[in-house]
Ligand binder design. Structure first.
Ligand code: ZN
Length: 143
């Protein structure tokens, strides 16, 4: 196994790009090289247009349409069996201060859109919420 000069084997990246069955990712300055390559492709001019074109073709294609209807129907059936799914999920998100919960709370007080909420803001808001909860607990006499 030849590791290219200046590169090293680090922890497996979140996309699981493995370098020659080593169980590790080939990295350069902490970046996974395969992820970097994909990012490059995505950013390359015209890529997004091609993706949109592909999505449009799929939308108009009877086969994909059928697939989509099947998936939507099976989701409906599943929800009929688990009617509390969304409510329970939002309770879990509130308890664990998960990103979606924090983002929703941020967009309520700003003109940001859900997808435009910066991660740093989510982190700060999470710290703020943790502290508020601690203060509340202390006031209620719980430790
Ligand atoms: Zn990777």
């Amino acid at each position: 196994m030849d590791i290219p000069k200046g590169k090293y084997l680090g922890t497996l990246c979140k996309r699981g790009h493995e370098w020659e069955n080593s169980g590790k990712s080939l990295r350069f300055r902490s970046d996974c090289l395969e992820c970097k390559r994909i990012r490059g492709l995505i950013n390359r001019e015209g890529y997004k247009d091609r993706c949109n074109e592909l999505a449009r073709i799929r939308r108009d294609n009877a086969y994909y349409k059928k697939e989509w209807v099947i998936r939507r129907e099976s989701t409906k059936k599943w929800l009929a069996v688990n009617p509390n799914y969304y409510r329970e999920r939002s309770v879990r998100e509130r308890i664990s201060l998960a990103d979606p919960y924090i983002k929703r709370s941020i967009i309520q007080k700003s003109k940001l859109k859900f997808k435009d909420v910066p991660l740093q803001l989510v982190e700060l808001k999470r710290i703020h919420m943790k502290i508020s909860r601690l203060i509340k607990e202390m006031k209620n006499g719980k430790q």
